[in-house]
Write a protein that binds this ligand. Sequence first.
Ligand code: PLP
Length: 377
Amino acid sequence: MVDLQSQYQKIKETVDASIQEVLESSAYINGPYVKEFQADLERYLDVKHVIPCANGTDALQIAMMGLGLKPGDEVITVDFTFAATVEVIGLLNLTPVLVDVEPDSFNIDIEALKKAITPKTKAIVPVHLFGQVANMEAILEVANEHNLFIIEDNAQAIGANYTFKDGSKKKAGTIGHVGTTSFFPSKNLGCYGDGGAIFTNDDDLAHIIRGIVNHGMYKRYYHDVVGVNSRLDSIQAAILKAKLPHLDKYCKARRKAAKYYNEAFATNKYIITPKVDCDIKDLEDYDGHVFHQYTLQITNGKRDELHKHLLDNGIANAIYYPVPLHKQKAYADERYNEEDFKVTNTLINTVISLPMHTELEEEQLEFITNTINNFLS
Ligand SMILES: *Cc1c(COP(=O)(O)O)cnc(C)c1O
């Protein structure tokens, strides 16, 4: 699905030199590279505060702790995402409220979101799934009307832009009160271990969060709140600092592959290609989608057969996600009604994600798309 080795070989010199510098400096925790990467990412995202942490799951948990959410508060998120999003809601004894997604963008369904709001609702967690930014303008409107926090789970869409109706743009993850991301190796900006970060433009919230990630300390050995221990280590920060200047180029390489796929599948009547808000010919330069995954919907009931056929032909592919969260043992709840999850209940049987990374060659794309078009004809 990804080719991290080829990507590394192209930037090996800078990455290796940065790692070597950390080793020579012995500043393994909170060294200068952590601060430098933090500042670089703040500049790249045009956000006032980036607070690095240990992984994307911690980032979500810490964001919720920072906002002061309390047991019993309801937090609305999507039924169709990686479990981390709902897991931390459960861990903090908040009440998760799962809602359906849109069939074309895979992102939160605004009508379902509105329907799920109760007097106990405190926050919305939109997930910019597969690299495409959710309908933030509509989400902001709902949040403003009901006085709710927005926590953007931006683990899959770092580098994507959101364009408002007036033409202005903001980077995904910097639009709500707080945004979170993951630097897991296969994410669009991945390190070589675990890492994550929290973004906000709110000075007070940033201050609270900086204490929470560090055992609730605002002054050394004075613990004002219950915190956690969640750090980005210096080696990972050095790797990320070396990789960040390549992120836009990486996003473009993913979109170039997506364009090839979209064109190759355009006339196949059993395939729905990912929805984008631009003309197919402009896709390479369209900044609203960074294709963390390239996900098709197979409409003739042969998704599972295709999955097997591709594996038999040496083509990696994956089902993201095979089980909706409302049906997972850990998150099932009598409150949920199957009628409310029509889209996710369908998507789990139709979606298939194809190889998507920065190093895809035209020859590989040709082989993958020919194999699929021959099978589904
Ligand atoms: C990867 C991911 C996370 C978790 O990130 P980790 O760094 O693995 O903890 C959270 N949310 C989404 C949508 C993800 O894709």
